[in-house]
Every structure is written in structure tokens, then in C-alpha cells.
Design a protein around this ligand. Structure first.
Ligand code: ATP
Length: 355
């Protein structure tokens, strides 16, 4: 038996009814709706303003019904409608971003996953505390520019999508640097990036066991980031900086990747430690999460961030990935979420996966 995350009151609207899967129309919602429908569940799309017209172009993913609100902050006001529909809200990155972690944390409807994770993910200090205490290798953080002994990336707090991050090859290149706000100076890891899509089920009693449940790997991607990915075509960094060009890391898309098979063991061990520590710290992460890091030439994996809900890179794998195909056919992360909800329902264990 896993940890009970939701009170009976929170789950009252689901009593004896088939749930409806609800999420905000953005990010990975088409995949979430498609997966829910494949499992026979009803779907509800929340939108700000009119439903997106392009959803009409995807009949297998368009939700059964929409609920529109004029402004983002009005989303909290649709709680009664959501309860009436026996809705389970599936959060994705944009959902929490648009609504704000505080409002999201207070939503009075059943939400898939453990909301307590928010307090550990949104504060970079606490995220580091969680990962480092789990024994996960992270890029070094310098307290002061004078300590720098190699290439660094300067990250501004709240720089959505890494806008305006500053790169420096060494301490000398940092000399003229004037920070534009609160920031961290972090070791720049040279290597190749991997964004690994894991799924932790506290209910499953087979497969790769972690805690009372099991860990699955459902896919992997690399993000396309503008303008950094193409910046090299214009020449050396120093010259670009002189010309007033700054690197940005704005995600514009995703490409599929696989890891050398021999490195999978390390990937699983890293993810397992993150889950185990989450159970100790706040009752455990549930469902999809993404471990984002860089594999060095020494084959060390350094994690610079984790996302604790479905990431948009999973949209690559609507009908499965080279990893999820080895778990079950046609298994997207969206569909995996629906399966977990159905399993929990049939076993009377919804309180362990919803909060
Ligand atoms: P988002 O919230 O959109 O993920 P962010 O502002 O939290 O962005 P990060 O995810 O930390 O920023 O980093 C953005 C990008 O910068 C990464 O995808 C990666 O390409 C690069 N990056 C981050 N940290 C490092 C590092 N230590 N070494 C090398 N590259 C890095």
C-alpha cells in the first residue's frame, strides 16, 4: 500500500462515477485527451477564450467538450462544473505555469499526482536539496565569480525558457559581466543532452520496483532551443557578443533520441533515487516526470533540472516510443496516465494517485 495523498472529501465527486479527464488546452493536452479516449474515458478541455480552432483538425484528440473562461484567473471558478463532470485534472507544464503554483495548489478538484511536489520543484534551492540528498550528480554551483574555474552558464531566476542566459568560457570571460538580476552561476556541462520521460506508478507490483511501486521509461527527447542550437553558424561567441547577440534557450520543438543501451542502467538508478527521496520528503512523486541532464564524455550524467509532470517532449510518442513499445503497445504518456487512473479506480486506490 502506498501513501494516501487525497482526503475522502477531495474524492467525493468521483464516488461511483466514471471519471472525466480534464486539462487545459495547451502543451500536451491533445496527447492527454487522445490517451484518455483510447482507454474509454470522457474528456473535457479547459480553455481561456475560444477553443483552439486547430483542435478541430485532430478528431481523435479533440476533447468531448470544452469549458471556456475569459481569463486565466477565472479557471479556479470552474470547480463546480468540474466536480459535476466527475473530473480529474491532469496537470501539465503550462497548466501550472498559467495558473500559478499557488492557485494550482489550492484547486478544489481531484488532481492527478501529488501536489506537494510543487513546493520542491518551483524553488531551485529546494529542488537542488532534493536531488543532491538523493545522491544525484548536478552541475556545480559557484557562490561567486572569483571561484569559477571552467566554462559557466549564468541563469537568471524566472527566465522562462532560459531567455538571456549568459555563457562564459572561463573566469576571464566573466570579468566584464554585469548581472541583470537575481541569478546563479553554474558549471557549463559539455556533453549531450537527454530529457528522459519516466513514469512512477505507486500501484504497480511488477517491473522495475521502486518503493511500493514501479518505474517505467516511456520515451526520450532532446529539445530544439532557439537561438542557441543554430548560433554556431554565425561564428565565435565572443564576436557575437560584441555584435550584441546573446544566446537564448527558448524551446521551439523536440526531437526523438535513444540512449546507448549500456547507459540505461544509470538512467534508471538516477530516476529511482529521485523517486525514493521524494517518498521520504513529501510522500512521493506520482506519474510522469522528466529527468533533464547532460551525458559527458566520461559517461557521467549530470542533472540540471527535473520536471515533475508530463513534459511536451512526450508528444513525439503518441503511438509509442522505442522504450514504451517494450512496456505495452501504443502507449503514450497520456494513455499511461489514463491506465493508472483506471487501475486505481478498480482497486479502490484513487487516494494514492490523486491529490
Ligand atoms: P525551462 O523552465 O524552460 O526548462 P529554465 O529557465 O528552467 O528553462 P533550464 O532548464 O535550467 O532553464 O536550462 C535551459 C537550457 O539551458 C537547457 O535545456 C540546456 O540546453 C541548457 N543548460 C541548462 N543548464 C546547463 C548546464 N549546466 N550546462 C549546459 N547547458 C545547460
Amino acid at each position: 500500500m502506498g501513501v494516501r495523498l487525497a482526503s475522502g472529501d477531495r474524492l467525493a465527486s468521483l464516488e461511483g462515477r466514471s471519471p472525466t479527464i480534464a486539462t487545459l488546452c495547451s502543451h500536451s493536452s491533445l496527447q492527454i485527451f487522445h490517451g484518455a479516449r483510447a482507454e474509454g474515458l470522457a474528456t473535457l478541455g479547459l480553455c481561456v477564450g475560444r477553443p483552439p480552432k486547430f483542435y478541430d483538425a485532430f478528431p481523435l484528440a479533440r476533447p468531448d467538450r470544452f469549458v471556456s473562461v475569459p481569463r486565466v484567473k477565472d479557471l479556479a471558478g470552474v470547480e463546480p462544473q468540474l466536480k459535476e463532470q466527475a473530473a480529474i485534472v491532469v496537470p501539465h507544464g503550462s497548466f501550472v505555469e498559467y495558473l500559478g503554483a499557488e492557485l494550482f495548489g489550492k484547486l478544489d478538484v481531484p488532481v492527478f499526482g501529488n501536489r506537494a511536489v510543487l513546493g520542491w520543484e518551483y524553488d531551485r534551492e529546494k529542488e537542488r536539496e532534493w536531488l543532491e540528498s538523493a545522491g544525484v550528480a548536478m552541475p556545480r554551483r559557484y557562490a561567486d565569480a572569483s571561484e569559477v574555474d571552467g566554462p559557466v552558464i549564468v541563469k537568471y531566476f524566472g527566465a522562462k525558457g532560459g531567455k538571456g542566459f549568459f555563457l562564459a568560457k572561463n573566469r576571464r570571460a566573466l570579468e566584464g559581466f554585469r548581472p541583470e538580476g537575481p541569478h546563479v552561476i553554474q558549471e557549463y556541462i559539455l556533453g549531450t543532452r537527454y530529457y528522459m520521460h519516466f513514469f512512477y506508478s505507486p500501484l504497480s507490483d511488477r517491473g522495475y520496483r521502486v518503493g511500493h511501486g514501479s518505474l517505467e521509461l516511456l520515451g526520450m527527447d532532446r529539445r530544439d532551443e532557439a537561438n542557441i542550437d543554430e548560433l554556431y553558424k554565425l561564428g565565435a561567441q565572443e564576436e557575437l557578443l560584441k555584435a550584441g547577440l546573446r544566446p537564448t534557450f527558448v524551446v521551439t520543438g523536440n526531437v526523438p533520441v535513444v540512449l546507448r543501451e549500456s547507459l540505461l542502467e544509470r538512467a534508471f538508478e538516477t530516476a529511482a533515487r529521485i523517486v525514493e527521496r521524494s517518498i521520504e520528503l513529501f510522500g512521493g512523486m506520482v506519474g510522469p516526470f522528466c529527468v533533464e541532464g547532460i551525458m559527458t564524455e566520461e559517461l557521467q550524467f549530470k542533472v540540471f533540472e527535473i520536471s515533475t509532470r508530463i513534459v511536451a517532449g512526450t508528444n513525439l510518442f503518441i503511438s509509442g516510443s522505442p522504450y514504451s513499445d517494450l512496456v505495452a503497445p501504443d502507449l503514450s504518456t497520456g494513455r499511461r496516465i489514463a491506465k493508472e487512473i483506471l487501475l486505481a479506480r478498480s482497486e479502490g486506490r484513487l487516494a494514492e494517485i490523486l491529490s
